[in-house]
Design a protein around this ligand. Sequence first.
Ligand code: ZN
Ligand code: ZN
Ligand code: ZN
Length: 153
Amino acid sequence: MLHCHRCNNTAPTEVRSMVTANNVRQWCYQCQLCGRRVGGFLAKRHPDVLALAEMIDFDKQFRAQQLRAHQQFLEEQNKQWWEWYANYLKSDNWRDKRQQVFRRSGGLCEDCGAPAMQVHHLSYEHVGDELLDELMAVCLDCHEQYHGARHAN
Ligand SMILES: [Zn+2]
Ligand SMILES: [Zn+2]
Ligand SMILES: [Zn+2]
């Protein structure tokens, strides 16, 4: 049995049949967890094809369903991240970090030298535990240029 590498090589796969665009019936493994086709098409005389007691069609609906569920999961995660981030921006930790950045810049925008109003993340890699050189003091105009719109981080 071939395992689905997208599901950590543990998910079981089953041989399924599908008719491809050029009207050829093919066989392949379908991951029973995520619904993906795993690997290429199988030869008609592949032992797993010959061993089939019945021909079962590749479940496209299952795949679509799993894709939707995955999408929802990502959206939920994303939403949670933004909620967490909004709270972080209100934290003492962030307030201290902002002060350190403003102190470093002498209260001036590190881009144009105007009075700094906000702190911009050059990288979101360590959000919550930023290194000071990942942050930059900016004025509102410069910050707008970085984000294309008004933003408070
Ligand atoms: Zn899978
Ligand atoms: Zn500026
Ligand atoms: Zn920013």
